[in-house]
Design a binder for this molecule. Structure first.
Ligand code: CA
Length: 241
């Protein structure tokens, strides 16, 4: 996907907080150095129990979670924090060849993976991508999402583009929110009619197309060449913001 105009919404007054769950002192040190130089405020949890305690008690923007930990392993940590409603994006560090674990982790709600050994630059890039994709977790109930020069506050139902409020109809906003909540997934017109419009039968999938066209006009850099709300031919749409 060639859309490179992402911006990340950051509170200039505060650094993004990152919880590094890793028991190896060498990696703790080297990753903390590197991530700090990238502007992160890094906190460390050296075992699974401490990780769960901190992730559920404090607010982080992103969590880097090693699978191999003393006591509770990374998968157990992930399951525990997701069960407690922590939606913070999680990037898991897996050992080489842990393919099965990767599948298990995806089902449990990890957002991305990196296999050891990895380059610090790769980790930094993945973290930035994760934080662009994820709702901001700056506090309870705040759900802010950004793509391109567009920011969406789903709690306040406010959308801005380049800092200027965008006027969306209620249905357009509901459609946008549905896309954001299902970002990366292909959603059919029938699904959108059912979930956004509430139609049990599908009188006209054209309704969806019209609203998608309006959203594109309001939010896409070039509505004729969509980069955010993509058409998946024969299947529906995919939100790639
Ligand atoms: Ca480890």
């Amino acid at each position: 996907m060639a859309f490179v105009a992402f911006v990340f919404v950051r509170d200039p007054m505060s650094q993004p907080r990152l919880l590094l769950v890793e028991d190896e002192p060498g990696l703790q040190l080297s990753l903390t150095d590197r991530l700090s130089s990238e502007g992160y405020q890094v906190d460390i949890a050296g075992d699974g129990d401490l990780a769960v305690a901190r992730a559920t008690a404090e607010t982080f923007d992103v969590i880097v979670l090693d699978v191999m930990l003393p006591g509770r392993d990374g998968f157990e940590v992930l399951r525990a924090i997701r069960q407690q409603g922590v939606k913070t994006p999680v990037l898991m560090l897996t050992a080489r060849g842990q393919v099965v674990d990767k599948v298990v982790g995806l089902k449990m709600g990890a957002d991305d993976y990196l296999t050891k050994p990895f380059e610090a630059m790769e980790l930094v890039a993945r973290l930035e991508a994760l934080r662009r994709r994820a709702p901001a977790t700056t506090g309870p109930g705040v759900t802010r999402f950004a793509f391109g020069d567009v920011t969406v506050d789903t709690r306040k139902a406010e959308v801005t583009r380049g800092g200027v409020p965008v006027d969306l109809s209620a249905k357009e906003f509901q459609l946008l929110r549905y896309f954001i909540e299902h970002r990366g997934a292909t959603v059919s017109r029938e699904e959108l009619l059912h979930e956004v419009w509430g139609y049990q039968n599908t009188p006209s999938t054209r309704t969806v197309d019209v609203h998608v066209a309006w959203l594109r006009q309001k939010l896409e850099p070039n509505a004729k060449v969509p980069q955010v709300i993509l058409t998946v031919h024969g299947l529906g749409y995919k939100f790639a913001g």
